[in-house]
Design a protein around this ligand. Structure first.
Ligand code: KIV
Ligand code: NA
Length: 266
């Protein structure tokens, strides 16, 4: 069985077929999503806040991304694996982007990389694509800029911001990106970008009209502690299920119900 490729995703846009993407940070979870038929898995730098316990994605390092990405590749067979270039690993120069994207492909075995930024990242995207690296772009709300944004505000509101988002979308397509994530933008604007681009758009907080949808898996499955953003739908309540299992196990141990005869050797 071969993995999903960029050609499969281009063909899906031609046919008007929508597809789903989820994040994954380890082999076990990635294997579940691979078996569930999720065509594209993103080793997001959201690992920072969703897997590694940081406040934001900013502290995530290349070494961490290589380790997590390699695990996701090992745990899967069919899904295309896309890995994020973390903050500070590509902004310096196209050469730096090339060096670190190559690491993710050679040391972790991913099939594509993702980086944040529209016009500002176009030269790097171009160099990577020329070198044979499939690149997914990411515009709108780019979480690595959280400190510049002063939080995670919706992007592209107002004429000027909307025009900039369209310019960013066209710049990454022109640079050769095979898809572009649109994060936290008004649904009408995401629909407009989707219609004007030949490459697939992947929405997160971008309304219903993008070509694909991505969610952070811990949000999607109800693993996240506390509030989740407005654009998240929780398809399970894993945090409660897992917590109940742990409490029941501890209770059984305290009460002597576990281990029972059938769990014991003689
Ligand atoms: O890191 C991540 O999870 C992402 C997605 C939300 C697109 O970049
Ligand atoms: Na990310």
């Amino acid at each position: 069985n071969r993995r999903v490729t960029v050609r499969d995703l281009a063909a899906a846009k031609q046919r008007g077929e929508k597809w789903a993407m989820l994040t994954a940070y380890d082999a076990l979870t990635a294997g579940v999503f691979d078996e569930a038929g999720i065509p594209v898995l993103l080793v997001g730098d959201s690992a920072g806040n969703c897997h590694l316990g940081y406040e934001t994605t900013v502290p995530v390092t290349m070494d961490q991304m290589v380790m997590l990405s390699a695990a996701v590749v090992r745990g899967t067979r069919r899904s295309m694996i896309v890995a994020d270039l973390p903050f500070g690993s590509y902004q310096e120069s196209p050469a730096q982007a090339m060096h670190n994207a190559a690491r993710l492909m050679k040391d972790a075995g991913v099939g594509a990389v993702k980086l944040e930024g529209g016009e500002r990242s176009a030269r790097s995207i171009e160099l990577l694509v020329e070198a044979g690296i499939p690149v997914m772009a990411h515009i709108g709300l780019t979480p690595q800029s959280v400190h510049a944004f002063g939080g995670y505000p919706v992007q592209g509101r107002g004429d000027e911001a909307a025009h900039q988002l369209l310019r960013d979308a066209k710049a990454v397509q022109q640079a050769g990106a095979f898809a572009v994530v649109l994060e936290a933008v008004p649904a009408e604007l995401a629909a407009q970008v989707t219609e004007q681009l030949a490459i697939p758009t992947v929405g997160i907080g971008g309304g219903p009209d993008t070509d694909a949808q991505v969610l952070v898996w811990t949000d999607m499955a109800g693993m996240t502690a506390g509030r989740v953003p407005k654009f998240v739908k929780q398809y399970a309540n894993l945090r409660a299920v897992l917590g109940d299992a742990a409490r029941e196990f501890a209770e059984d141990v305290r009460g002597g119900a576990f281990p029972a005869e059938e769990h014991s050797f003689h």
